[in-house]
Ligand binder design. Structure first.
Ligand SMILES: [Zn+2]
Length: 357
């Protein structure tokens, strides 16, 4: 295994993302890497005003380097930048949208979803300087030879934290305005060299009651984007807590209508529930099966991961299956993140050897 990994790392040239150039059952991760202890200390100092602009840039750049290094050492096939320049997945984007932070309704007691701030819309939503993801992605390309994926927050999820203040009729209306911004960012990513873009729409799994409207919004968001498109839909992970009825059953009949090539969904934390539905609804889509539980500090062994992959292969064709964690790692300690990523890669390697006979 060690030898295989070294071989992959030495293969040199950045190969374009084509299934032929990736091993069977590719592995990747969903966006955020684990928080780094020293980065949290640095962020406190930054908030106290102790860092200059260049100090901040150096610190965040170092954090991205560490996130990429952790993934490469674990042996992931497709690398992300770890979203180290973002706070709590989407917080950093609101500052770019010209909306104003509202006071938290609850500040005391156990941390949870009702402590996530909302933002007041004060005019038409726009991001004059974009969302900043293109700059993140350019840096990622500069530091890794491996295939990469850009991760972009979806408009429906972004709209969920907005207090519309009479500027938009409802969440969908605001989401369509944000879809223009996200679409422009995706096209700029493609121009910068991105061939694989993941649109993060956890809220679509949390609020699945208007599936046809969700499909139309998603397709509008990715219209004309010339890249392989993935999406991630989950049931929430803020402070390691879900925020939804944890079922994809109402979304699954509509999967074929989404202009997405790949769905990255949460299964490990639900003891692989609903994986069997993929057989009925997956069609020609790829499944990025979440087989690693980011909320559970019990670390999977490679053998356990291999067994989960075998279960997934009962319902998903081998050439349509990717293996990923349930969600990003922003709420998981780094030691557990690294251990789980390694188990994921080693578990998949066991099954690859079986497949190749
Ligand atoms: Zn998630």
């Amino acid at each position: 295994m060690q030898h295989d990994r070294a071989g992959a790392a030495e293969s040199g040239n950045r190969y374009p993302l084509k299934s032929a150039s990736l091993p069977p059952i590719p592995t990747s991760t969903l966006g955020s890497h684990a928080p780094l202890g020293w980065l949290l200390t640095a962020m406190d100092a930054i908030r106290r005003g102790e860092y200059g602009e260049r100090d901040i840039d150096e610190t965040l750049t170092d954090a991205v380097d560490v996130a990429v290094l952790d993934q490469q050492r674990a042996g992931l096939d497709v690398i992300v930048d770890g979203e180290m320049r973002r706070q709590d997945f989407v917080l950093g984007f609101y500052e770019r949208l010209g909306v104003e932070p509202l006071p938290l309704p609850r500040r005391l007691g156990p941390e949870g979803h009702d402590q996530r701030g909302k933002w007041l819309v004060t005019g038409p939503l726009k991001a004059i300087d974009g969302l900043g993801i293109v700059e993140e992605y350019r840096y990622l390309l500069a530091i890794t030879d491996r295939p990469t994926k850009a991760t972009v927050p979806g408009p429906f999820t972004l709209a969920g934290r907005l207090e519309l203040n009479g500027h938009y009729v409802d969440r969908f209306d605001a989401a369509y305005a944000l879809a223009e911004i996200v679409n422009a960012e995706c096209k700029a990513l493609v121009a910068a060299g991105a061939d694989f873009i993941q649109i993060d729409e956890p809220s679509m799994a949390v609020y699945p009651d208007r599936p046809r409207d969700l499909v139309a919004l998603f397709n509008h968001t990715v219209a004309g984007v010339g890249a392989k498109i993935a999406t991630h839909m989950c049931f929430g992970n803020y402070r390691g807590r879900p925020v939804a009825w944890r079922s994809y059953a109402s979304l699954f009949p509509h999967l074929g209508d989404f202009n997405a090539d790949q769905f990255n969904l949460e299964f490990a934390n639900r003891e692989l529930a609903e994986l069997e539905l993929w057989q009925e609804y997956g069609g020609d889509k790829e499944l990025g099966a979440g087989l690693i539980d980011v909320k559970n500090y019990r670390c999977e062994t490679p053998k356990e991961v291999a067994e989960r992959v075998r279960v997934a292969l009962r319902y998903v064709a081998p050439d349509k299956l990717w293996v990923v964690p349930d969600c990003g790692w922003s709420q998981t300690a780094r030691w557990a993140t690294v251990r789980k990523l390694r188990a994921m890669v080693e578990g998949v390697a066991i099954v690859r050897r079986e497949l190749m006979g």
